[in-house]
Design a protein around this ligand. Sequence first.
Ligand code: CTP
Length: 400
Amino acid sequence: MSEPKVVLGVSGGIAAYKACELLRRLSESGHDVRVVPTASALHFVGAATWSALSGNPVSTEVWDDVHEVPHVRIGQHADLVVVAPATADTLARAAHGLADDLLTNTLLTARCPVVFAPAMHTEMWEHPATQENVATLRRRGAVVIEPAVGRLTGVDTGKGRLPDPAEIFEVCRRVLARGATGPDLAGRHVVVSAGGTREPLDPVRFLGNRSSGKQGYALARTAAARGARVTLVAANTALPDPAGVDVVRVGTAVQLREAVLKAAADADAVVMAAAVADFRPAAYATGKIKKKDDQEPEPIVLVRNPDVLAEISAGRARSGQVIVGFAAETDDVLANGRAKLARKGCDLLVVNEVGERKTFGAEENEAVVLGADGSETPVPHGPKEALAETVWDLVKARLA
Ligand code: CTP
């Protein structure tokens, strides 16, 4: 098999220098990369750098090597086009089908998956014009990964940073691996909760659980690579933000509820992978609870937390919204799972068996996905990513 052909479009933003790292990763992992910069991108990184790193000719215009019809050929032969960074201007030109340079011509002729990694100032990203252009591109099937939050060109910070090149590379790898199936969740908004809530007792102590967040993060990453806009509600995780995902950090079950309800308002699917505490201490001590040598400790009184999964299932924000729960069981796994599915009112319930060394913090997982329609999909022992893909396949079937 020949090397997969990747077109790396680079538009004119300071983050263009980070595309060199993306190019390196793509070339070193066996892709034939053709860089197509815009004229303004060359103000940041010159053609010699792109050509040397890719081993291919570089031009910005359709007027070079006209006999080879590059404005049609490059796009037609590509297995993937990734535009990183994608400026507000490039997104606008792509959304409107303009074709005034080699990159925009390539975008019009490409029939392969297209990934945009936008980078710009926060105001430009948030402007309704940009947001509408992004929505248009997503509706047409492009993968537009959410910019990261952090330091921008100057001293200012905010949303608009180009995600880490290693993360963009991961998205590209996953999109390429899907081949002809392509980004089948493009145009959809999905919400994933991950991690474990912590219920504070006093300023230094909390009641928590062992959830690492890895399964929820795998769900978020795979959905992003399948083209979805992803909101990840992360409770107390120590994992790096997946590229292209909006991360909302929360601590307690009450905070998680608020964040999930807000994001679910316009979501096509909600997957509750977080381990949410069923109870919280009835009282919070504003000062550290001290031990007293001559007294037994006070009992901890608990009150119930809201059941977020049951609440969003009962009052779906949109008709046809697909809701997925997780259940960690130690005994009678399937029977308990069926009963829980009915109790919670969700569409799918991923049931896995937990124990001393099972599931929590592990890289692998094994589960059965129960459907409210009576279906039962076993997922053999394997990476958490594989379980995530199965969950999205089942969600996709119910969205259609
Ligand atoms: N969940 C939730 N809100 C809660 C507790 C749990 O949304 N307060 C969600 C979890 O995110 C998960 C599912 O419900 O998707 C299953 O959680 P689990 O704690 O196993 O269910 P319970 O109904 O609490 O059952 P159990 O009796 O096993 O504790």
